[in-house]
Design a protein around this ligand. Sequence first.
Ligand code: ADP
Ligand code: MG
Ligand code: MG
Length: 251
Amino acid sequence: MLEIKNLHVDLEDEEKSILKGVDLTVEAGKVHAIMGPNGSGKSTLSYVLSGRDGYEVTQGSATLDGVDLLALEPEERAAEGLFLAFQYPVEIPGVGNMTFLRTAVNAQRKARGQEEMSAADFLKEVREKAKTLKIDADMLKRPVNVGFSGGEKKRNEILQMAMLAPKMCILDETDSGLDVDAMKLVAEGVNALRDEGRGFLVITHYQRLLDHIRPDVVHIMSEGRIIKSGGPELALEVEKNGYENLKAEVA
Ligand code: ADP
Ligand code: MG
Ligand code: MG
């Protein structure tokens, strides 16, 4: 499904190389986790996949079901079924959350040659999904993320994800800044979307999210490369011994 080969990425404005040959394949139906110390390039990987400005791919490729993602505009990548839940969700003053969701859903349907969702169907679906994420009606009416707490923003990202039903979901530190209850809600939201046709890339600093979203594969990223991959036990090992020990062992 998602296939990243030998991906090298530099910052556009500075002579700085951030990703130095990332290889990663996420199969449909699987949850892959990426862990790694601060500054290792985890967010950069997710930004580059989503098509954010400021980065230059100097080598390698990234495809989703064989489609070259790097050749597409961000909105085209989304239409192909890629979704990124940001580490820092953006606030959009003046745009109601519900309006935003409806616009996003219909833009995606249009890009796929499907008809718009009726207002009634949309309302029914959004209310249902919001309820499981404990997002109340008031939060649906307010401007996107404006004045939302950290936990509310992250849950709102999961709501967007649920409404867009992407093929490939990337979650960048969706657990950071969350208390245990909010983290469980986020994890439940993700688990409800697990499906044999859908892949997940869960980027996280801490092992605790992975107690709730059980990954199939865990990768450790360090200095722009994946230095080790394994099963869920790898996350536990890192939590216990730290990244420095693992780096030394791999070296
Ligand atoms: P992580 O998400 O693993 O903490 P990042 O991808 O955010 O790591 O950052 C990787 C490295 O690239 C860091 O050294 C960071 O400072 C640098 N970096 C990323 N984006 C930028 C940018 N736009 N400008 C300057 N430095 C950047
Ligand atoms: Mg970071
Ligand atoms: Mg990051």
